[in-house]
Design a protein around this ligand. Structure first.
Ligand code: NDP
Ligand code: MG
Length: 386
């Protein structure tokens, strides 16, 4: 039995993880999990799985549900996420909270010697060099859950690294891939949340609509696999069937294709290094019909270029990119700024905030905070958000 901890179990990745756990009750045992505020989901999962410990992170709910439910202990607050991952019975941690706040429990899991199934891309984007140093120091097995990176992880493992010329991440193109560019300024939150192929949480769905999710993923791929930014490419692939492509030195391309369902990468990351058993999901190529690939339009998706720019600059530039985006997306979801203000705010933050190359977590956290304050001030001034 493999003991599992899921940070953010009530979200989209969290729910898909639960599906996998239900499908393989003889392999996995859910030992701990967190929700932010979704007590209904927490309660029913406690009844179903009887974990040892759960954490409710919303500060408004501290103490609200007592300190236990049946045999399950309840703790509260972000700071207690680390307790979930440190349990001796936990051997794999699925990081499925949204945003850079995932960093402290991720570090705790690395230091406690756990395998990490990493979905929380903002942590890697923001703290990449630091996380990589810790992963190397503790010899951590970190398997990406993000579908493109999981696909690439599996492809890279099967090919000699020296024989790979470039890697390609596919992008669906998001909710607005066919909308006339001049209409982007006026799109609503509801339109942005209507993703054509994937069902995901609100923040990543907005990220996808502007290809900023792909920008985050380019940086994530750089830190996970060590390819330079010139060796990481992006293509629009509306069917979301092919997730990752590697190009070998002879110019051939190997691609990983599966139905757009997060249970594939989640199951792979949970079972790895063992192979995933048959999952009873339709995989037949004859059902795919069409696979199309187009280069991304940089006018439609200015955020993608900004991500490359931040990635190439290194230091805390990816951290600034991510924090500015998190704040801007939250403002958009609250209907306070327009969709096109998101990349404008990111660009402004990248231009105005000084890049540094910190050695410590504190150095990154300070820049993350400085960027969030900067975006809130820019929003109050109203300049770039009109
Ligand atoms: P969701 O918004 O669906 O879920 C987020 C989870 O985090 C929920 O459990 C939520 O709890 C919890 N949460 C929300 N706010 C906080 C907070 N302030 N502190 C702690 N926990 C919080 O997100 P997704 O599942 O879509 O995405 C999770 C991560 O996985 C993101 O980093 C995303 O980029 C990445 N990812 C997602 C994919 C997908 O298919 N969805 C694919 C690849 C990567 P509650 O429900 O109680 O609010
Ligand atoms: Mg992805």
């Amino acid at each position: 039995m493999v003991g599992v901890s899921v940070l953010g179990i009530s979200g989209s990745v969290g729910s898909s993880t639960v599906k996998v756990l239900r499908q393989f009750p003889d392999h996995f045992s859910l030992r701990s999990f967190s929700v932010h505020s979704n007590w209904d989901v927490a309660k029913s999962l406690v009844e179903e799985f009887s974990p040892e410990l759960i954490c409710i992170t919303d500060p408004k709910l501290v103490g609200q549900f007592g300190d236990s439910f049946g045999s399950t202990k309840i703790v509260y607050g972000d700071e207690n996420l680390t307790e979930l991952v440190k349990l001796p019975t936990v051997s794999v941690v699925v990081t499925a909270v949204v945003g850079a706040r995932g960093v402290l429990p991720t570090i705790a899991a690395i230091e406690a010697g756990k395998k990490i199934a990493i979905a929380n891309k903002e942590t890697l984007v923001t703290f990449g060099p630091l996380i990589n140093r810790l992963v190397a120091k503790h010899n951590t097995l970190m398997v990406p859950v993000d579908s493109e990176h999981n696909a690439l992880y599996q492809l890279i493992e099967r090919e000699k690294r020296s024989n790979i010329r470039a890697i390609t991440l596919t992008a669906s193109g998001g909710s607005f891939r066919n909308l006339p560019i001049e209409e982007l300024e006026h799109v609503s939150v509801k339109q942005a949340l209507n993703h054509p192929t994937w069902s995901m949480g609100p923040k990543i769905t907005v990220d996808s609509a502007g290809l900023i999710n792909k920008g985050l993923e380019v940086i994530e791929a750089h830190y996970l696999f060590g390819f330079s930014y010139d060796e990481i490419e992006v293509v629009i692939h509306p069917q979301s069937l092919t997730h990752g492509i590697i190009e070998t030195l002879d110019g051939a391309c190997l691609q990983y294709t599966s139905h757009p369902d997060m249970v594939y990468p989640i199951a792979h990351s949970l079972f790895y290094p063992s192979p995933t058993p048959h999952m009873l999901i339709e995989r037949k190529p004859s059902t795919w019909k069409t696979l199309e690939f187009f280069p991304p339009d940089t006018k439609r998706y200015p955020g993608l270029d900004l991500a490359y720019q931040a990635g190439r600059a290194g230091g805390v530039a990816p951290c600034i990119f991510n924090a500015a985006n998190e704040e801007a997306v939250a403002l958009f979801l609250e209907e306070k700024i327009s969709f096109t203000s998101i990349p404008r705010l990111i660009e402004s933050a990248l231009n105005q905030i000084t890049n540094v190359y910190p050695e410590t977590l504190q150095g990154y956290l300070e820049k993350d905070k400085e960027t969030r304050i900067y975006i809130q001030n820019e929003f109050k001034k109203g300049g770039v958000t009109t």
